[in-house]
Design a protein around this ligand. Structure first.
Ligand SMILES: Cc1cc2nc3c(=O)[nH]c(=O)nc-3n(C[C@H](O)[C@H](O)[C@H](O)COP(=O)(O)OP(=O)(O)OC[C@H]3O[C@@H](n4cnc5c(N)ncnc54)[C@H](O)[C@@H]3O)c2cc1C
Length: 384
């Protein structure tokens, strides 16, 4: 079934053409990539994918500000390779703050290399004691004339150890909570920056801990004013969270595709599994949840493309709705494949291992529920 069937109402003709083009690229180029056998191999493959995709111009949608195009890209890429999707996601998370903040020097240093796949970005927000609670960030940035001296550690950082530049959130005013946070661009070659150690996931994804030890960062590397870091980070996540929902749709769609092929071919008790109504029930449930998720994702992306400045409610709804649904869809897929569904080299098993992290990163499902409820309560209060 066409990737755009359920969402045509939210797309322009150019989007449909883009979806066909990037769908073909992902099927022909990315699906053939083997799943890396360990963390070192994942790091090598992530850099290769960055290079290929950047050279072919696939990071363009991040800069063009067309969120529907970015969602179509992530959906197609995630259905072919969750690792390649992580590469796209992190280019998005590191390029978007460069676009949002008024800092020409940082844009001219990093933007083109990042878009062309010559420079890999990372987004360093999380710390050991500051996960969901961003206000607890303890990394400090103390100004001395024309430099800020950074001290602290960031953990669970995608692309840690292989990125060329990091968007780092540190406090310039520890007494001010989120209002004291400031964002910086830190090159990996900056003295005092250190890759501490990798963190290894069950689904290949370069992740790890980095540290700043008296790391002197020129004030020209600051993104926005002091104290504006939280707003910049949240504006970035507002936009990118919708595309996390799109990636979830891609993984779920792949599980449905593999399940349809399997139940048509596999015979038990003398006929194909596809002929049993209990099997059909699972297929239908998978499709209904996938179609509903796509509507949430592309409705939110459409709102953004119409000029909505913030998308807090729509983005949180799309992210939690699509990632939670994808987990259920892929789980049905594993069940339909039987024993083959839990073999480590089976693509549905890979999707099963990969989808789990999407319910956690860029704000957990619980945090999305809190955001949604707060928005609803505020709107209800305003109406009253
Ligand atoms: C694969 C992966 C990649 C990541 N990449 C990055 C990255 O590139 N950059 C980056 O900065 N971070 C990254 N992260 C970190 C991620 O954003 C955090 O893991 C996430 O925000 C949750 O933080 P935590 O793990 O500390 O969990 P905690 O905040 O400790 O939460 C643990 C549990 O408690 C729940 N909880 C927390 N507070 C509340 C509350 N108030 N009410 C109800 N429940 C609550 C959470 O929902 C969760 O279920 C990544 C994580 C993963 C798994």
């Amino acid at each position: 079934m066409s990737q755009v069937a359920e969402i045509r109402a939210f797309l322009d003709p150019a989007h449909t053409e883009f979806a066909e083009r990037c769908g073909a690229y992902c099927r022909e180029e990315l699906r053939a990539l083997p799943e890396p056998h360990d963390d070192d191999a994942a790091r090598v493959q992530a850099r290769e994918v960055l290079d290929w995709m950047g050279h072919a111009g696939w990071f363009g949608p991040i800069a063009e500000g067309d969120l529907r195009e970015l969602c179509l890209l992530r959906e197609a890429v995630a259905s072919a390779s969750p690792l390649a999707d992580a590469v796209v996601a992190l280019q998005g998370l590191s390029i978007t703050p460069l676009l949002l903040a008024e800092n020409e020097a940082m844009r001219s240093t990093w933007l083109q290399p990042a878009l062309q796949g010559a420079a890999m970005g990372a987004f360093a927000l999380t710390e050991a004691e500051a996960g969901s609670d961003v206000a607890a960030i303890a990394t400090t940035a103390v100004r001395h004339d024309d430099v800020y001296v950074l001290n602290g550690e960031k953990t669970f950082i995608s692309n840690a150890g292989i990125a060329d530049f990091y968007i780092v959130f540190a406090t310039t005013d520890p007494s001010a909570g989120t209002r004291g946070l400031t964002a910086f661009v830190v090159g990996a070659a900056t003295p005092g920056f250190e890759f501490v150690a990798p963190q290894v996931l069950s689904s290949p994804h370069p992740l790890g801990t980095v540290a700043f030890r008296d790391c002197a960062v020129p004030s020209a590397c600051r993104l926005g004013d002091e104290g504006q870091g939280f707003k910049l980070g949240m504006m970035t996540l507002d936009k990118l969270r919708v595309s996390v929902g799109a990636a979830a749709c891609g993984m779920a769609a792949r599980a449905l595709e593999e399940s349809l092929a399997h139940v048509a071919a596999r015979e038990q008790f003398g006929k194909p599994l596809a002929e049993y109504q209990l099997v059909q029930d699972k297929l239908a449930r998978m499709y209904v949840e996938l179609a509903a998720s796509r509507l949430l994702v592309y409705r939110a992306a459409w709102e953004k493309d119409q000029g909505a400045e913030r998308l807090t409610l729509e983005a949180a709804t799309a992210k939690v709705g699509a990632t939670e649904a994808a987990q259920r869809i892929i789980d049905h897929g594993v069940q339909l494949l039987g024993g083959r569904g839990v073999l480590a080299n089976n693509v549905v098993d890979r999707m099963y291992r990969s989808i789990r992290a999407l319910r956690i990163y860029e704000g957990t499902s619980e945090i999305q529920h809190i955001i949604i409820a707060r928005q609803l309560l505020a709107a209800a209060q305003q109406e009253a």
